[in-house]
Design a protein around this ligand. Structure first.
Ligand SMILES: Nc1ncnc2c1ncn2[C@@H]1O[C@H](COP(=O)(O)OP(=O)(O)O)[C@@H](O)[C@H]1O
Ligand SMILES: N[C@@H](CCC(=O)OP(=O)(O)O)C(=O)O
Length: 359
């Protein structure tokens, strides 16, 4: 395979494996499994993040219209996930490959200990030649405990496992420079760094069964590429999509990776919800911190400590307009930080090694 990856995370959207009538598209799932099996047999480690539990459940049970959205999702996912994982397990078994069901919630990544626990779990599966099939545990994860969608979850897993690439399979050929349904719109084949007007190309509507939409996909993809992982968005309904992509023969969108960041920085990048404190910086400090040079956050650039934190906590670093600049681990607590606001020659509040720039 021309792209030479050793470890990939493949995310399959609900639309890829669901027919227009809502029933699971078993032929499509089988075709994807056949490709994944071929890829695995070449020695490439594969982690699959698959949506489709809710869509699959919809084909199995009729839900009362009176039921609210949250309980409906719980019901459909609880039933549908069984069908989904069974379908995968049967198709992988035909290749003598075992797969595992890994259902997660945001809480399973809430601090470094939980994060490393999840990492261990996936690593032990890979070491035993098992393909993890990951999905959000929709039965217990509701409201604020939810990931935006499985694209966010897949980005987190790719970062956590130091994958070479994250391949997102949706029902379009990639990100278009206009509405994909309108003639004249074309796939943007390469996205390098942060593209200021990328969101303006993207229609806010989602596909029939999808949750997040293309905007969350592109935001997540830019973040993951910034951490050093190549991200591909391609059409999972196209025949041989994975093998063509890995042979560099497919028209799709590729996010060019930056230099790979450390494991700690990758964790910090995905820990915004775990952040306790909020620290506001002046514009000079913002410029220095986001310049790409190895600089630590010094108290001289702090204008306000908005929310308290303890030594070792993850803190949000914002600018004077309250936009997120980055995340970091505090070297000391908010009490000491407050005493040092605006002072020169003080110990860094966040060391460069523990700072992730969101810009
Ligand atoms: N500029 C764009 N390029 C590509 N897709 C877009 C664009 N704007 C909106 N979309 C929509 O985003 C959808 C894919 O996102 P989503 O519904 O979350 O799918 P999935 O189930 O694969 O996660 C596409 O079906 C497409 O209609
Ligand atoms: N966890 C949900 C899918 C959520 C989701 O992100 O869906 P999608 O936008 O199709 O990837 C399910 O299995 O139905």
């Amino acid at each position: 395979m021309k792209l030479g990856y050793k470890k990939i995370v493949v995310k399959v959207g609900s639309n890829v494996i669901t027919q227009a009538n809502g029933l699971p598209d078993e032929a499509r799932i089988k075709h994807l499994v056949n490709q994944l099996a071929d890829i695995k047999k070449l020695g490439i480690e594969v982690i699959l993040v698959s949506s489709g539990a809710v869509a699959s459940g919809r084909s199995l049970i009729k839900v009362s219209e009176k039921q609210d959205a949250v309980t409906t999702r719980q019901l459909l996912a609880a039933i549908g996930q069984v069908k989904l994982i069974n379908t995968y397990a049967n198709f992988f078994a035909a290749h003598e490959i075992q797969c595992a069901q890994v259902l997660v919630t945001k809480e399973d990544f809430r601090d470094r200990a939980h994060y490393l626990n999840m990492k261990n779990c996936l690593q032990i599966l890979l070491q035993n030649e098992v393909i993890p099939v990951v999905n959000e545990n929709d039965v217990v994860s509701v409201t604020e405990l939810m990931f935006t969608d499985n694209d966010e979850l897949a980005g987190l897993i790719a970062s956590m496992l130091n994958a070479d690439a994250l391949i997102i399979l949706s029902n379009v050929n990639g990100i278009y420079n206009g509405d994909p349904k309108i003639e004249g719109s074309a796939v943007i084949e390469e996205i390098n760094g942060s593209v200021a007007n990328l969101a303006s190309f993207i229609q806010t509507g989602k596909s029939q069964f999808g949750r997040g939409g293309m905007i969350t996909k592109s935001t997540m993809a830019q973040k993951v590429a910034k951490l050093g992982i190549t991200v591909h968005i391609a059409n999972g309904t196209q025949d041989d999509v994975l093998t063509s992509l890995l042979n560099n023969e497919l028209v799709h969108t590729r996010f060019v990776p930056e230099k790979s960041k450390s494991g700690k920085k990758k964790w910090i990048a995905h820990s915004e919800t775990a952040a306790t404190g909020v620290v506001k910086l002046n514009d000079g400090a913002k410029t220095v911190l986001t310049s790409g040079k190895a600089t630590s956050l010094l108290p001289v650039g702090i204008v306000e400590i908005q929310t308290d934190f303890l030594k070792g906590d993850i803190i949000k670093i914002i600018d004077e307009k309250n936009n997120l600049i980055g995340l970091g681990i505090a070297e000391y607590g908010s009490d000491k930080a407050r005493e040092r606001i605006g002072q020169k020659k003080q110990k860094a509040l966040v060391h460069y090694d523990y700072f992730y720039s969101a810009i």
